[in-house]
Design a protein around this ligand. Sequence first.
Ligand code: GDP
Ligand code: IMO
Ligand code: MG
Length: 423
Amino acid sequence: MTVDLLLGLQWGDEGKGKIVDVLTSKYDIIARFQGGPNAGHTLEFDGIKHVLRTIPSGIFHKNSINIIGNGVVIDPVVFQKEIEGLAKFDIDLQSRLLISRKAHLILPTHRLLDAASEASKGKAKIGSTLKGIGPTYMDKTGRNGLRVGDIELADFADRYRSLADKHEAMIAFYDVDLEYDLQEMEEEFFASIEVLKTLQFIDSEAYLHDAMKAGKSILAEGAQGSLLDVDFGTYPFVTSSTTTAAGACTGLGIAPNKVKEVFGIFKAYATRVGSGPFPTELFDEVGQTMAKVGNEFGSVTGRARRCGWLDLVALKYAIEINGVTALYMMKGDVLSGFDTLKICTSYQYNGIETNHLPYNIEPENVAPVYVEKKGWKADLTGMTSYEELPFELKEYIEFIENFVEVPIKVISVGPDRKQTILK
Ligand code: GDP
Ligand code: IMO
Ligand code: MG
């Protein structure tokens, strides 16, 4: 029996989908533990690029079981599109994709509430993906939500109506212009519920416990990143779930003492999409080059991702909160060509040097302190072994390892499954 966790250590989009896909052949079960269709996990192999939203990134491996855990929020409408996108791959979803009855449902009115809330905030908006994530988790903790298991109840339509009516009154409370045709959205919603019903609903915590007893191995897949965690992220510019290791316990029903390895995924630089503080953000040509070479556009919204230097203060913070045992460094190839690279090793916080992530990292309080490293020119994308990597990149990697005191086990040098180097 093995339970390992894989999660993002920055502001999301670190490359979790790629690595889950790479690791899946070692596991029997891949289980998503939180988030919803705000996630976009990209996989590339055999010349195909695929973006998954709610479905775990192990789905393309014939022998893996993929579970959507209780901590996930599901929008049946987005889910239906995801299922349709997989049709050409000949995957037996009925036996290989299992959904927790305790996962909460995103209603059309949750999406509208998200839009109304963001519009009402004006300049202070979170920069949400507007997928209804916040309002759905609010209904979950407020004990009003609808769950996948409710679909099997005779009065599901009544339960839906009563919650949607409540939401409509709440939308009216926001003083914003919002045009929508709820009837049309509801028709689409109920049609997609029928598609959802073609899949197996399970009591996923019981399923996972039995699997563990039977000696199966499980990889828990996180969404978003630690700096978007509702407790430990850059609040209020965060998502509404626990994106850190603890979220795998609550989002799957797996006890902490069952977890073995915690794999932390990070980019060799940093990106963020949406609003919120980002101490090492670059506003110059260097940042623009990273965005261009790294193709830094959101997989869900297509929005340009903000880019900046690697922030080791924030990375170390995320490593500590998650208990990371091994690091995976992504997108090293994007840094090829720069003469000098900077790495943030501390902050000037209100004039005092600090090594930890303080309460408020707004730009007026925080200035990053950098060390400089020599860059490399070689194209990494065709390299297949650690020995081949340029000397300067090896120095960059060793500097990070020494600073955070966790080994970097894998270096990713391109989006394809095969562009993955073991150290
Ligand atoms: P996730 O949300 O963490 O799964 O990450 P995303 O899929 O949203 O964003 C990562 C993007 O980087 C995707 O377009 C990947 O195909 C791409 N990618 C992943 N690893 C690498 C890498 O090592 N180099 C390059 N150039 N692209 C990568
Ligand atoms: P993956 O799993 C990057 C960001 C949004 C916004 C904030 C809140 O692909 O790494 P929400 O829709 O949750 O209310 O948005 O969080 N965000 C992400 N950024 N990758 C993601 O997921 C994200 N999911 C949410 O841009 O700033
Ligand atoms: Mg993503």
